[in-house]
Design a protein around this ligand. Structure first.
Ligand code: AMP
Ligand code: GLY
Length: 425
């Protein structure tokens, strides 16, 4: 099979690595890709906003499947335009991508389908949002409706913070994404990431993970795209998976089909495990980054076969098997991340750091004068497997310590919650 992968981050490097291991693969391209992905695929500098150009590339090169990594091209309708040109795509339509593209859309679907989620209100002006906030009080969560690159959510412990967040949204802090605001009740519990492969009607559970959003050890400092992750998340028991499928994912699949927007691709449910059971915090319509990296290390089956089955509406005929191992990834970020990451620092020692059961996925790297340099905020994802999360953690940090990159940093406590659990604390 000839495959085009869209994207350029650590998530896409992990997808490329796993796709490249498929005996079904005959040719892999990545657009735009990165220096790590270039080890697995031919990188092509397509303009992803030019859907006709992407379709043209696929037709010229007899591409059998396009795998879309990030959300932005999906929300912009790339999958629709490729399908209209007769090209198979792993990824949702523009309408189905509203599950990530509009928080209000998802909340309304939850209300219609009886899906457990925080109580909420949707507002298109500040006075109404503020009146609602005064009525419900704090703690409370204020969210810009649209895509805000992982920002746009304020968990407000006081009413004042919440009122300020509403002003920031309507004053344009998140651009068009903040033209509408969702205010929702604060949920208490442990957060977990739950993934399903979907083909429009069938949803197949595709693993669990936990992410570390804050930049600093001990979950301190500002929010980030994710500083590390591990899989599986033991807190997500088989019973909870079954309940989440029944109460959250399956009604979502039905509701989307009824709305004429059947969901295909990967559905990433951010869940809060509350004392009343799992509640939906949010949906994403793509793999998590860096959650994908740990899932790919654990996946036993052929990723290409699974993604093609999802694209073809054939998920009812496949199953998914996982290695009986844990995986953990440590994100190495450039100094200054998340506020102002410094670009251009030289990275060395990746070959020395490589070891059995360790993969170093590239996120924000570039080549400059033959050297590997940092070109983004999150730069490397040092990923390892082990019999336990503790063992995977030890291997990942051993590799981190062999990397020669003075311009980078990482958290030293990725996996702490799972390791405490393993130790019976
Ligand atoms: P989101 O972008 O919707 O994932 O929100 C970012 C983060 O804010 C989540 O990962 C949660 O930690 C937190 N969050 C969002 N909504 C809620 C909520 N209703 N209650 C508590 N925390 C929330
Ligand atoms: N790591 C969280 C996300 O990809 O949204």
């Amino acid at each position: 099979m000839r495959v085009l992968l869209i994207g350029s981050g650590g998530r896409e490097h992990a997808l490329a690595w796993k796709l490249a291991a498929s005996p079904m693969l005959t040719k892999l391209w990545a657009a735009p890709g990165n220096p790590g992905i270039a080890g697995e695929a031919t990188c092509v500098p397509l303009d992803l906003a030019d859907h006709a150009a992407v379709a043209g590339f696929c037709l010229d090169n007899a591409v059998d499947l396009v795998v879309v990594g990030p959300e932005a091209p999906l929300v912009a309708g790339l999958a629709d335009d490729l399908r209209a040109a007769g090209i198979a795509v792993f990824g949702p339509s523009e309408r189905a991508a509203q599950l990530e593209g509009s928080k209000g859309f998802t909340k309304d679907l939850c209300a219609r389908m009886g899906i457990p989620t925080a109580a909420y209100g949707r507002f298109n002006n500040a006075p109404k949002a503020k009146a609602y906030l005064r009525q419900v009080g704090a703690p409370v969560v204020v969210k810009a409706d649209g895509l805000a690159a992982g920002k746009g959510v304020v968990v407000a412990m006081t009413l004042e913070e919440a009122l300020e967040a509403v002003d920031a949204c309507f004053e344009g802090a998140f651009g068009g994404a903040g033209a509408e605001v969702v205010v929702e009740a604060f949920l208490e519990g442990e957060e977990v990431s739950f993934f399903c492969l979907c083909d429009g009607s069938t949803a197949l559970p595709f693993g669990t993970a936990q992410d570390h959003k804050r930049v600093g050890d001990g979950d301190t400092g500002p929010n980030t795209g994710g500083m590390g992750a591990y899989s599986p998340a033991a807190v997500m028991t088989p019973d909870l998976v079954e309940r989440t499928m029944r109460e959250i994912v399956e009604p979502t699949m039905r509701g989307m089909a009824e709305a004429g927007a059947p969901f295909s691709g990967v559905l990433f449910a951010g869940l809060m495990l509350t004392k009343d059971g799992p509640q939906l915090i949010e949906y994403n319509v793509r793999f998590g980054d860096p959650e994908c990296q740990v899932l790919m290390m654990r996946l036993k089956d052929d990723l290409l076969v699974l993604l093609k089955a999802a694209a073809d509406g054939q998920l009812g005929h496949v199953s998914v098997r996982w290695r009986d191992e844990a995986a953990l990834t440590v994100v190495m970020a450039a100094t200054g991340y998340p506020a102002a990451p410094e670009k251009g620092s030289v990275i060395a020692g990746l070959d020395e750091a490589a070891a059995d059961g360790v993969e170093i996925f590239h996120a924000g790297t570039a080549r400059s004068d033959g050297r590997l340099v940092a070109s983004g905020g999150r730069v490397l994802n040092v990923t390892a497997t082990g019999r336990t999360v503790a063992e995977a953690q030890a291997r990942a940090y051993a590799a981190v310590d062999r990397i020669d990159w003075p311009g980078g940093f990482c958290r030293r406590d990725i996996g702490w919650r799972a390791i405490e659990r393993e130790n019976g604390r």
